[in-house]
Design a protein around this ligand. Structure first.
Ligand code: DGY
Length: 309
């Protein structure tokens, strides 16, 4: 990526150069030796690392929009600014949510496995029946940029009726465009054919979807998660999928990535993707450019474009 070369030209900036999470030792070294560190969303920056007296870093320019892997309070206390990459991954992530929605409802993962296994014996009237999505009801949890982009795709593309639950109300023009109705979470879960999660990972959303809230969903409903894994109690989800509490799920994110809750991978009524919501060439390049603009602003002493803290 040209963005990587541009970052190198800026001098004392340490980024995660590999495709793997940095070790604790590597993170500590980065924080002790560079003013600017560019981690990815898998690099765990906790209070112990950030509050170390030898920390030299003044900017953490995160390569990603989610920042639940960074202890924001500790960064604030240590006087370290944190930036992220909002906006540029909105459509890519909404596309993966759409893909999971259609895959889960229409059983495309199962269908593909069936064909590849050589089990298909030809068209039959009742073979692999699934659930139509067009015209059904979608409950969106968290109506930020990605939630709204996803709502637009399913409303305008699939004629879905939109419910949403969110800390704040949608702008009137957006609510009108989508015909969206704001509901309490329990109402949304009870009234939606499909539920898609788009809220950030915070203490308030930890295990928002658990045994109790799963039981509030309809038994024919499907749950989609492209937000963060720990919004769902994954063991409770496995139990719900095994026992027909809900019909299916589509997941791009997990509680303990890259591990899955026991039993999840053996279920046919769940579609599993490897946290690839933002994974298009265009989007990853744009995320890099966004991180770069934060670094440049910091080095120039300008206002940081995407400051989180
Ligand atoms: C993010 O940016 O938070 C995504 O989960 C990974 O791109």
């Amino acid at each position: 990526m040209t963005v990587e070369k541009d970052l190198e030209l800026l001098g004392n900036v340490i980024r995660n150069e590999g495709d793997e999470p940095l070790s604790r030792q590597a993170l500590r070294h980065a924080l002790h030796s560079s003013e600017v560190v560019c981690p990815t969303v898998t690099d765990q920056l906790d209070a112990d690392l950030l509050l170390d007296r030898q920390v030299k870093t003044r900017l953490i320019a995160n390569f990603g929009v989610g920042f639940n892997h960074i202890d924001i309070e500790a960064a604030k206390q240590a006087g370290i600014a944190v930036t992220n990459t909002p906006g540029v991954l909105t459509d890519a992530t909404a596309e993966i949510a759409l893909s999971l929605l259609l895959s889960s409802a229409r059983r495309t993962g199962e269908g593909e496995r069936h064909v590849r296994a050589g089990a298909w014996v030809g068209w039959r009237p009742t073979h692999m029946l699934s659930t139509q999505v067009t015209g059904k009801t979608m409950g969106i949890v968290g109506a930020g940029r990605i939630g709204i982009a996803f709502a637009r795709k399913v409303c305008h593309g699939l004629g879905m009726k939109i419910f949403y639950s969110s800390r704040s109300e949608l702008a009137e023009s957006v609510a009108l465009e989508l015909g969206a109705t704001r509901l309490e979470l329990s109402d949304l879960l009870a009234r939606s054919d499909f539920v898609s999660l788009h809220c950030p990972a915070t203490p308030a959303t930890h295990h928002l979807i658990n045994a109790e809230t799963l039981a509030q969903m309809q038994s024919h409903a499907h749950l989609i998660n492209t937000a963060r894994g720990d919004v769902i109690d994954e063991n409770a989800l496995v139990h719900a999928l095994q026992n027909g509490v809900i019909a299916g799920a589509g997941l791009d994110v997990y509680e303990q990535e890259p591990s899955l809750a026991s039993g999840l991978e053996t279920l046919d009524n769940v579609v599993l993707l490897p946290h690839m919501g933002s994974g298009t060439v265009e989007t990853r390049e744009a995320m890099g450019q966004c991180a770069l603009s934060n670094v440049r602003a910091f080095l120039a002493g300008d206002t940081l474009p995407n400051r989180v803290v």
